[in-house]
Design a protein. Structure first.
Length: 693
């Protein structure tokens, strides 16, 4: 054997022996292994539009299937149609409940409440889908219903009570026309009532936030307003393509959007406001300057790019309903996606995918392209499918479930959580709304300037009812300057806080103002949450046999007592006793508690405890932490001044909204426990002002 071969064999033996020793030591010696970090799910909206005309949530069986299907797809959001044509698919509405043989009765089922409870239990967000303009339709199941808006304000009604639109040729159309101020007020009332009664909602989603076509918008009241604003004769009828008339209609939709956004945030700062937006045809290119040629802007007066830039929606859902097999439509789809990635403005875009037009393969191919980032790393915030029930042409129940399985096996293979929008979760700016008044009079179309540190920050124009509003203002002190057309002026000072809506001279729909004598008290002691909107003007009324200046609000009555020193020159009415007497109940004769209970506040004067219903949450905590804002009083006295003594033990009662909830009456308020609401809304105050007045 050659010497080199023997030397190599020797080295191999030495190497093998050393390796064996290393392995033995490794087995005996504890080894540190870096723990594997759990990867956080991506933030990506995965939503299904669930329309009201197909199975989805109309009864408990449909709802169970819907929830299971969404979970099956690894999706996380349901956009459920709650208002179709002036009818409600939920129980707590100012509009009549929908007539549908598949819809379970109101006595046994509230679709929205049940959807919120079951979806949230499975980690699914819920957005209430509201059709805005389309309302009146011949042959509708509620046609002629006394509470339907079309019965009293539809196409068959005479002006100025007709709130619906007309064409240039004069044909009456069943869409609400938001050039009519009362149509705006009605839509605000519908939406805000829903948000107050379903505080667990994650979002409100608007559809048909637009005019139907270019020749729509000729409501008589809107035309009159336009002609007065621009100095035209009363019989002037602008052409449909007239640039000034087109901008008028565009401004009406933007004003409505702005009002709904700010008003919704005033009720619930965490609510997400979104819109289904138009992307007809190939006008959407990656060129931002091409926007004014888009169908949305030019034909139906829906400036949704402007809404994103201003920040009066949280996200847009452009309806990219294009057939993948058609080369031209495929190109339109891809051009719009490129546009989406570059034009989210101050907010976000979730791409709407028209799977109902496409085979499952083509639908998933469109989703894959929608979720892909461009060369600069820009992407959309997720996708929404139209629709849940028809995820492909001629879909069956089995086909729908197979589509859900394919989603989870491909584009939704990894879990995703719903996006956390930074301007909501970690706000750095605030909003403002108010009513323009000078010397106590509302000033329509007033010019408003917002000044911070004497420098102009925003110029606004008041609406026909004096409303004005602005979003995304830097926090701090502001001077609000109001100027009328005759150069009269007024100014107010206020403070904007990050993440909230500052309200000046707040008025409910119909423009009832808070009396200047009472506004400070209203603002300092809880505002909307404690008192609600005004429901009367200030007036004289007999209170316990004495004439008093009072103003009624949704939840109480504020009384002026000039004989008392501040803060007792304004007192709350003892409405609970009045309301109980209306109900035939005398609180002094009702059962009392046996004695103090551990962890509760005991009131010897009336013989009742006030306790929490959950750790750190409930009537006791609310009573203790929401008292009169008077630093001269201790916390107990502050709460006593605002709410008074308890008049009853907690018990299950049904309020005038139809909710059966744990209820406890106090001298000046009624506490209601809503356990399924978010923590900050689990205790709500009853609408004693509405009920007693």
């Amino acid at each position: 054997m050659p010497t080199t071969t023997r030397r190599w064999s020797f080295y191999r033996v030495v190497f093998a022996t050393g390796l064996l020793l290393v392995l033995l030591l490794a087995m005996a010696w504890p080894v540190y292994v870096r723990p594997i970090q759990a990867q956080q799910p991506v933030e990506q909206m995965r939503a299904f539009w669930v329309d009201s005309q197909h199975p989805g949530y109309r009864n408990p069986a449909e709802l169970d299937t819907l929830i299971n299907d969404v979970v099956r797809a690894n999706a996380n959001t349901i956009i459920a149609q709650m208002r179709w044509r002036g009818d409600a698919r939920y129980n707590q509405s100012i509009e009549p409940r929908a007539v549908d043989p598949k819809l379970a009765t109101a006595e046994t089922f509230d679709p929205l409440a049940a959807l919120l409870e079951q979806a949230h239990a499975r980690g699914i967000a819920v957005h209430a889908w509201v059709n805005v303009s389309v309302t009146c339709k011949d042959g509708h199941a509620l046609q002629g219903h006394p509470q339907h808006v079309c019965t009293t304000h539809g196409p068959a009604v005479s002006d100025p009570e007709r709130w619906t639109t007309a064409t240039y040729q004069g044909a009456q159309v069943g869409d609400l026309d938001f050039g009519h101020p009362q149509a705006v007020a009605h839509m605000e009332a519908v939406v805000f009532h829903m948000l107050r009664h379903y505080p667990a909602l994650d979002g409100v989603h608007f559809d048909y936030m637009r005019y139907g076509f270019t020749d729509y918008g000729y409501n008589r009241v809107s035309l009159d307003r336009f002609n007065r604003a621009y100095g035209h004769s009363a019989d002037y009828r602008p052409q449909p393509e007239d640039p000034t008339w087109s901008q008028w209609r565009r401004d009406r939709m933007t004003e409505l959007m702005r009002r709904l956004y700010i008003g919704s945030k005033a009720i619930n700062p965490a609510i997400q406001v979104s819109v289904a937006t138009i992307t007809w045809g190939g006008s959407g290119t990656a060129n931002r300057n091409d926007w004014t040629n888009s169908a949305a802007y030019a034909r139906v007066f829906q400036d949704w790019r402007g809404w994103l830039d201003e920040g009066i929606i949280d996200f847009a859902v452009p309806m990219h309903y294009f057939e993948e097999h058609d080369p031209q439509e495929r190109a339109w789809y891809d051009n719009w996606l490129a546009w989406d990635r570059q034009n989210a403005g101050r907010r976000a875009i979730v791409a709407g995918v028209g799977v109902f037009l496409n085979s499952p393969d083509n639908g998933i191919a469109q989703v894959q392209r929608a979720l892909a980032a461009d060369a600069e790393g820009r992407g959309v915030a997720g996708v929404a499918f139209f629709s849940y029930y028809v995820p492909s042409p001629n879909s069956t129940d089995a086909g729908r479930q197979a589509f859900m399985d394919r989603l989870k096996a491909s584009v939704f293979a990894e879990p995703a959580r719903v996006p956390v929008w930074p301007w909501i979760a970690n706000p750095t700016s605030g909003h403002i709304q108010g009513i323009a008044t000078i010397d106590g009079q509302i000033v329509p179309a007033a010019r408003i300037t917002l000044l911070q540190n004497a420098s102009p920050v925003r110029d606004l124009t008041a609406a026909s009812d004096g409303w004005y509003g602005a979003v995304d203002l830097p926090p701090g002190s502001y001077t609000v300057v109001i100027q009328a057309g005759d150069n009269r002026t007024a100014q107010h000072t206020t403070t904007v806080h990050a993440g909230t809506v500052t309200e000046l001279h707040t008025a409910a729909p119909g423009a009832l103002l808070i009396s200047p004598d009472l506004q400070g008290y209203w603002e300092q002691n809880g505002g909307l949450a404690v008192f609600g909107f005004p429901i009367t003007a200030q007036h004289s009324e007999l209170v316990e046999g004495q004439a008093r200046q009072v103003q009624w609000f949704e939840r109480n009555r504020l009384e002026l007592h000039p004989e008392n020193a501040a803060p007792y020159n304004v007192l709350l009415g003892r409405l609970s006793e009045e309301r109980l007497l209306q109900l035939g109940r005398v609180w002094q004769y009702e059962a009392r508690a046996a004695g103090p209970q551990p962890g509760c506040i005991w009131f010897e004067q009336t013989g009742h405890n006030v306790c929490n219903q959950a750790p750190g949450l409930g009537f006791k905590s609310y009573w203790e932490n929401h008292g009169l804002r008077d630093p001269r009083l201790d916390p107990y006295a502050q709460s006593l001044a605002l709410f008074g003594l308890p008049l009853s033990e907690p018990q299950m009662e049904t309020n005038t909204s139809g909710d059966t909830v744990l209820t406890q009456w106090f001298e000046r308020a009624r506490f209601e426990w809503h356990p399924h609401n978010p923590d900050q809304y689990k205790v709500l105050l009853g609408l004693l002002g509405n009920e007693t007045n």
